[in-house]
Design a protein around this ligand. Structure first.
Ligand SMILES: [Fe+2]
Ligand SMILES: [Fe+2]
Length: 399
């Protein structure tokens, strides 16, 4: 019997009293996810399970994450045969960083007011959830079900009464392992639905991870030539750059790589800097001679090219001009310049908040604020200001 409340004999989301949400990157979705969702459905008498593939999170914004659309389609394929399963585009279609609280709020709007929501999540993600800003609100809005693979140490999970735990043997399967297997040319049969396996083969997903490989190599080298503090700043700048790139429609991989490399020459000794400037034909003007700290930026561009094998001009220029700026900068140059200043690991300075706020909405205005600040501070400290910075300041002031 069918009526308005039903689709194929199953309650519509808007009519359900008990809904489960299964969030994840699903990169790719596999039997572990499906078994977990089905187990929670049966255990709690859930009427519908809504799979919500996440938008591309900024820190994972490299080619190792299949494009949103492909992850969404694989999730649709994998869940098609189960009438209780649905897929939502909610997070894929939302621009910018995705927060669970926003997803729950959006879901509340389409659900009955008395509907109970069960949020299914991996055990590792649970610990993170409780460090979030609105953790209390989250717990008011949904029940959380932590699914773990067998043998997962429950002590690692924070003790909490509003949390359910469910051990799912199939969660021994992992997306990372599946990607590694594809890359190594090994079989992935029986780890995920056949339709998803065919999709991965048809579109050649996970075979080439050029950007991921490059990032691994760059990180390995940087961690050995930079001080620990600088390395942390570097990772944070790269993440911030990818975040800005995501907001402004710039290539997130390029931004991440440029962010990683921006200070690659910063911890060279003065002697080594001078030697390398000779080697790479970098002319030391009067300002650079008196303000040797500025050298790392120009030298960094050459080091990124010749020692890290980067041949993308935009990345190299973003590294080169990250300290002085220049007039008419490319989007990527502005992103790196600003990410370096506003990354969350950097100690708060005067005007940082204003620059940060501006950076998320208007790169040019954020540049103007930063350059203004830099010029003012350098003047106060009696330091020389590089002509490129003055040029840049005048340029962004007149925009
Ligand atoms: Fe720098
Ligand atoms: Fe820096």
């Amino acid at each position: 019997m069918m009526n308005d409340f039903m689709e194929n004999g199953i309650f519509k989301i808007s009519e359900c009293r008990k809904i489960a949400v299964m969030g994840g990157t699903f990169n790719p979705i596999h039997y572990g996810h499906l078994v977990a969702a089905e187990a929670v459905r049966a255990e709690f008498g859930i009427e519908r399970v809504l799979f919500i593939p996440t938008g591309r999170p900024p820190h994972k914004a490299l080619s190792v994450v299949a494009p949103d659309e492909q992850r969404y389609l694989m999730t649709v394929l994998a869940t098609a045969a189960n009438p209780y399963f649905d897929v939502s585009r909610m997070e894929i279609d939302r621009k910018g960083t995705t927060y669970t609280i926003d997803t729950l709020r959006e879901l509340k709007k389409i659900c009955r007011p008395d509907a109970q929501i069960y949020f299914i999540t991996g055990a590792d993600a649970v610990n993170e959830i409780f460090t979030w800003r609105e953790a209390d609100k989250l717990l008011d809005m949904a029940n959380f079900v932590a699914v773990t693979r067998p043998g997962y140490d429950k002590k690692r999970l924070e003790k909490n009464n509003s949390m359910y735990y469910l051990e799912i043997p199939a969660l021994a399967i992992s997306s990372t392992d599946i990607r590694d297997r594809v890359k190594a040319g090994k079989t992935i049969k029986y780890l995920l639905p056949e339709s998803v396996e065919e999709y991965i083969i048809k579109f050649g997903l996970y075979k080439n991870d050029v950007a991921g490989e490059l990032v691994r190599k760059i990180k390995e080298r940087l961690s050995s030539v930079l001080t620990n503090k600088r390395y942390i700043h570097t990772l944070s700048t790269a993440r911030e750059a990818a975040k800005l790139a995501n907001i402004f429609g710039e290539d997130t991989s390029k931004a991440y790589i440029a962010g990683l490399l921006h200070d690659c020459a910063k911890d060279f000794s003065h002697k080594l800097r001078i030697e390398k400037c000779k080697e790479y034909n970098i002319y030391l003007d009067e300002v650079l001679k008196k303000q040797p700290d500025l050298i790392h930026s120009f030298l960094g561009g050459a080091v990124a090219e010749f020692e890290y094998g980067i041949n993308d001009r935009e990345i190299l220029d973003a590294v080169k001009y990250h300290t002085t700026g220049r007039s008419n900068m490319t989007k990527l140059e502005k992103i790196i310049y600003l990410a370096d200043l506003i990354e969350p690991e950097r100690r708060e300075f005067d005007g940082m908040k204003e620059i940060k706020n501006a950076a998320y909405s208007d790169l040019d205005y954020a540049m103007l604020l930063s350059l203004e600040g830099t010029i003012r501070v350098n003047r106060e400290r009696g330091r020389l200001i590089h002509p490129l910075s003055i040029e840049a300041y005048n340029y962004y002031k007149s925009k």
